[in-house]
Design a protein around this ligand. Sequence first.
Ligand code: HEM
Length: 616
Amino acid sequence: MSENDDDNNNSKKKNKNDMTLEERIASGEFTKDASTGPLRKVADSIKSALPGFKETESPIIKALILSLTKTQKKWKREADSQMPVASGDIREIAGQPVFVPLYKLFLAYGEQFVLAIGPKKFVVVSDNKVAKEILLHQAKSFSKGLLSEILDFVMGQGLIPANGEVWKIRRKIIVPALHRKYVASMVDMFGDCGLKGSAQLARAEIDGTSVEMENFYSRLALDIIGKAVFNYDFDSLKTDDPVIKAVYTVLREAEYRSVTFIPYWKVPPLSYLVPRQRACQEALVVVNDTLNVLIERCKKIVEESDDEFVEEYMNKEDPSILHFLIASGDDVTSKQLRDDLMTLLIAGHETTAAVLTWTTFLLAKHPEVKEKVFEEVDRVCGDRLPTVADMRELKYTSRVINESMRLYPQPPVLIRRAIEPVKLGGYDIAEGTDFFISVWNLHRNPRLWDKPEEFIPERFPVDGKAPDEYTEDFAYLPFGGGQRKCIGDQFAIFESIVTLAMIMRRFDFELDPKFHPDGECGMTTGATIHTTTGLHVKLKRRNKHGGEEMNGEYTASTKESLPVYKSLDELDDIDVASGDPHAGGSNGTQSGKLEDAAVSISVAEQIVEAEKTRAR
Ligand code: HEM
């Protein structure tokens, strides 16, 4: 090859490197038939080498062309029985939320294709019938695969990553804990937390400052799930304590690992040498210490109580899932119990926070929908906290949440691995194949949805059944489907309805143009979809129908000098060196707070030391 050829190739490569994924799809790079392309090229070059070849009488040339055409057709038939392959390099999916390029590739390749990134291969599924096969009919042939590997450090054998017998046994034990009476009792707790949250928002409204709602919902959901799972009051709306910091460090690490392609943390020295890995290990110690103390405390209470364990058992003072599990006589190691609690904490926290964030974003962008929600919450809830009975009446609000989960599913992709050979959508699949079921693609597939990109809560009529995987034939999977379906779906829906109703009963809101000049907030992903900018809204008190009681509550709460909470990033600056777990202002005497949080504090102090060393 001459130097000129080299230069030409380089410049071609450079141009390709500069192209966006859309331009590369449009250029046909991905859709060219790789199996027949070379033969077509040979046939074409013979034809162009013989300008008058149509007229040629040469039987040899004719036979050659005929033979090439036949082989080309045979190869094409064979290629059609293979799944299309989108091969590329990591550029196609790095640096952006993974579900975005997967959607573009789905439009180019169809509803089932292989994504080959370097040595890794995944089958990407955007077809509801295939999703139904994987999740429902052939569920036993699939494990959580990569997800189990990614989440092992934090969830161990918890319900989300567990497989086989462990999963079967734990699911049977945990599901009864979320019984009807439990979920109903949680509605009151959601209301109490919503009230605290509203007070926080009222303060910002009076001050005229905008509120970053993604942070707000994350903290509110953490407070709720802490109480619901192990009766621990994080009180994160008011304080920034070391346990909260540790929980967020672990959560962020779980998200980071789920989007990082090279699992360097598996290399033993790196898990200690890389600062973020060391911080994660230390945070895990804090979280585990806290969980151990909670487990021991709960065991003691159960031992001392003479409650009889019956179906739908619930302790009035402590209705938590942990209390149910211990009272049920669940004979399990502390490690397994910790894995279960940690899994419930993570599963129930960021998901609900993300649903509330994106619902608020969509409502801010659609004032006509917002007005309808205002009308409904005013009419149904009046000036009292929402009740379980209201859940059936707040129909339009529910549909708004249903539609928000269609446009922004949390998580946007489900992960599976075939543990034996399977047949799917006419293709033979080998054991060990990894799958991405793109819920994002399913929820926006133009074959399955009318105007898929538009926010139309009315697509799910209020007088019809609430949409789920069965009403929509697996085209709608906000909580997954089949045997691994979410166990907290009802809990999460009620939590979202109550929180939204409480906030919207009290406040109107719009995007703060200072932070969202283009009306957008960007997307980035870990396990759930986050915004890139935060969700900054300006609040305006609603007093159209506000009765005395609510106005009273509003004034009383705003009199208290509530601290405006830190952003999640600012958690890194929290001063835990003082050893005061409630340095943010709380006196640490609320129900459920650990008296002996000192166990964690000493470890937290070490974290601070480690960070200081790192900063130096
Ligand atoms: C809006 C909030 C929530 C959303 C969108 C959501 C979504 C999901 C999805 C899609 C799955 C299936 C994952 C898969 O098939 O790979 C799942 C599983 C699970 N979810 Fe949720 N979830 C939410 C809230 C909760 C809550 C509040 C809890 C607990 C209190 C919870 C506990 C779980 C557990 C334990 C599993 C694993 C079930 C199993 O594999 O057997 N989730 N969730």
